[in-house]
Design a binder for this molecule. Structure first.
Ligand code: DCP
Ligand code: MG
Length: 355
């Protein structure tokens, strides 16, 4: 039985800004791009969230929603410095640390004998150290696997933690809404709900064959996750080979022009995710993925060190022409240049098209 801690800082970019300028505390604050430049909110503090300002919202909308909002441009150097400090704290407990982004990581503390082996007390201490040494707050989830640790870190946010004991896993997961499973987005959740599946417990009634028939390879993963089973190890040396974002559309995109209309939003989301990577790496290839209405899929890629809308747009033309019909999913991404110590690279499933 493993002991996994998932740590996730609270309103990370905004927390660093409030730390460095305490006069911002208590006021609604967001970090993001300027309204005039069609910017997007990267994050907001909890005061701003209470007023309806959230990540990924356009800055124009955020300011309309909350005119007193203080907007700051991102300063990734300070966020990366804070991230490095936090990682050093984690590595003081275990070498098995897998960062997911600047503010999020999994720790495998199985067999670590601090606090008589209590992962709960270790998480308390890690959070206390982040508070005093980095002067921001973090939340933590403690569970027997990655899937549940990540769900748990969200449970008592901000500045809280939540433990899912092995004996409680079954009941906890049975009541968990299917939308909490990574990889189950709004579209999939709605599709399941139409068939009467709301919780992971409901999904257990579906046999493996039905799940794989419906969802392909992901069906087998779902079969395990809805039972609280997740055997993915914490991989400290993970080197990401690719980064991509994709969207399944609630309504199929009828033609190529409709696909091009969606491209800027996908590219903007790509850049947000790219900025969040723990280490920046040189880009080697640009990639576009297209899944057609008949569920067949294709990818097109080309050499590019700095892809833009023209590069991804040309790849979209190429990929779309292979079938030339309505599209249910579009993805854009990159492959990174090879690194010498290339080992396991499994991205978080929802980020990795190419695994
Ligand atoms: N981020 C971004 N664009 C998004 C989501 C997040 O640029 N769509 C950036 C800003 C966040 C940081 O990544 O500060 C961490 O992302 P989280 O999803 O963990 O969000 P926060 O840490 O801001 O808030 P929470 O307290 O909900 O974890
Ligand atoms: Mg966070």
């Amino acid at each position: 039985m493993r002991k996994i801690i998932h740590c996730d800082c609270d309103c990370f970019y905004a927390a660093v800004e409030m730390r460095d300028d305490p006069s911002l505390r208590g006021k609604p604050l967001a970090v993001g791009g300027r309204a005039e430049a069609r910017g997007v909110i990267a994050t907001s503090n909890y005061e701003a969230r209470a007023l309806g300002v959230h990540s990924a919202m356009s800055t124009v909308r955020a300011l309309r929603q909350c005119p007193q909002l203080i907007l700051l441009p991102p300063d990734f150097r300070r966020y990366r410095d804070a991230s490095q400090q936090i990682l050093a704290i984690y590595r003081d407990y275990t070498p098995l640390v897998e960062p997911l982004s600047l503010d999020e990581a999994y720790l495998d503390v199985t067999g670590v004998d601090r606090h008589q082996g209590s992962a709960t007390l270790m998480a308390e201490e890690i959070r206390a150290r982040i508070r005093t040494e980095v002067r921001i707050t973090a939340s933590a989830g403690i569970a027997p696997n990655k899937f549940l640790a990540k769900v748990a870190s969200d449970w008592n946010k901000p500045d809280g933690q939540f433990v899912i004991h092995p004996r409680d896993v079954d009941a906890f997961v049975a009541a968990l809404p299917v939308g909490k499973i990574f990889g189950v987005g709004k579209v999939t959740a709605a599709r399941l709900q139409k068939r009467g599946v709301h919780t992971c417990g409901d999904l257990r009634a579906w046999e493996l064959a039905r799940l794989t028939g419906e969802f392909g390879r992901f069906g087998a993963t779902l079969h395990q996750l809805c039972r609280g089973i997740d055997e993915r190890p914490v991989r400290p040396n993970r080197i990401r080979k690719s980064l991509s974002v994709e969207t399944t559309y609630a309504h199929d995109l009828p033609d190529l022009a409709a696909c091009h209309t969606e491209l800027p939003a996908l590219i903007a989301e790509f850049h947000r995710r790219f900025a969040k990577l723990p280490a920046q790496r040189p880009i080697h290839n640009a990639v576009v993925k297209v899944k057609f209405a008949d569920f067949t899929q294709t990818t097109a890629e080309c050499l590019s060190s700095a892809p833009d809308e023209a590069v991804w747009g040309a790849l979209l033309d190429e990929a779309w022409a292979r079938k030339g019909r309505a599209v249910r999913l579009l993805g854009v991404g990159v492959r990174f240049a090879d690194v010498a110590a290339d080992r396991g690279d499994e991205g978080e499933e929802q980020l990795d098209l190419f695994g």
